[in-house]
Design a protein around this ligand. Sequence first.
Ligand code: NDP
Length: 246
Amino acid sequence: MTSALLKPLVVVTGASSGFGVEIAKLFSAAGYPLLLVARRLKLMQALNLPNTLCKEVDVTDYKQFESAVREAEAVYGKCDLMINNAGVMLLEKIWDQDIEEWHRMLEVNLKGVMNGHKIVMRDMIDRRHGTVINVSSIAGRKSFGNHAAYCATKFGVHALSETVREEAAPYNVRVMVVAPGAAETELLGHSTNESIVEGYKSWKASTLDQGISLDPVHIASSCKFMYEMPQEVNIRELVLASTKQN
Ligand code: NDP
């Protein structure tokens, strides 16, 4: 067994782009074996990380998600950290938005996160050890125009996390939330309303320093910092944003 394998298994959802890629690279560099899941398998495989299993998984599909985790656990041991990071953001006024877009956000941002908890937490509770980190958003703490359905899902992530945190606490299992502000990833590209996307870009350009938003690396290091606190310390919530973001 290599020394890398002495560290416990970390599962990262949404590891094919944005925050998930940086989280995967940082935890891998620190020696954690990984299970990376997303739908675009080749992007995860192209990261070429050691002691890493990449699986094509839609996090809304419980059975597919669970079987990927069990396969990784058979190789690397029990999952000690689940990072529920996969998400979609589709911006629009609620009265104009296609209902399918709400459904997609509810499915991925909430059901996907709930699936992640159910797959690993029974075992964590039995072992009296483990951590779940949910990637929410500053939009889970305050409202933004055109974000109604997205905010609803992200506020929901906080509600879910706080409830499960209280339930899991007596068993020494931690649930944490990291809530980032605007960052440069593929996320904005999910939206189908071009004028809203352009408005968002000019908001970033005028509000943040020359449009410079959070670097995804900072979200990755926040997750690592939170996880590597001693098990008896739970950083329940970490909100980080560009200094100039409102
Ligand atoms: P990206 O669009 O770059 O990444 C989203 C990831 O989620 C991709 O890897 C995508 O993979 C995955 N994903 C989407 N749907 C599914 C699905 N059904 N099953 C499995 N994986 C899925 O955006 P970010 O990196 O920015 O987003 C990561 C998280 O951070 C999200 O939860 C987002 O809401 C949150 N966030 C982002 C902010 C930002 O400004 N960028 C700010 C605050 C929070 P694939 O398409 O291959 O399935």
